[in-house]
Write a protein that binds this ligand. Structure first.
Ligand code: CMP
Length: 143
């Protein structure tokens, strides 16, 4: 079954949007299989954002992600990677559609509340970077 990785960034946690983000994915019908609140090490943040390491904002992005707790999650369901990108909205909250998380709650590209994996292969890499096998719970709703 397809899985994706989501991280509620320090701004999302501090603006008390954890419940709202979880609610959107739960009510859509996806299955939560991993969830933890954590302070991110520099090493993990740099690995996670490795693809952006040559970009001018890389240093400030890593500073921000390591500055305060984040909530890391894994969600499961058919087509969850692409669907999560739609639920989250465009990278820049100013151009993200209303109705998306970033479109509804954000105004700054550097404070865009949440990260979601951009492809199935990226999701696999990010899930194994952030979670051990023991931290993920495979289950199927029965009601
Ligand atoms: P995210 O989906 O976490 O992936 C990379 C992040 O880099 C992105 O969300 C933004 O928060 C951040 N980012 C992208 N472009 C810029 C930019 N021009 N200035 C600051 N941060 C940026």
């Amino acid at each position: 079954m397809e899985r994706t990785f989501l991280m509620i960034k320090p701004d999302g946690v501090q603006r008390n949007l954890v419940g709202e983000v979880v609610r959107r994915f739960e009510t859509k019908g996806f299955t939560l299989v991993g969830l933890k609140l954590m302070k991110v090490s520099r090493e993990l943040a740099e690995k996670h954002y490795d693809v952006h390491k040559e970009r001018p904002f890389f240093g400030s992005l890593v500073d921000f992600i390591t500055s305060a707790p984040v909530v890391a999650m894994v969600w499961e369901g058919d087509g969850v990677v692409a669907a999560a990108r739609k639920i989250i909205g465009a990278t820049n909250p100013l151009t993200a559609e209303p109705g998306t998380i970033r479109g509804d709650y954000g105004v700054s590209i550097g404070r865009n509340l949440i990260h979601g994996s951009d492809a199935i292969e990226t999701a696999q890499r990010e899930i194994s970077l952030w979670f051990s096998d023991e931290e993920l719970v495979s289950w199927e709703p029965t009601m």
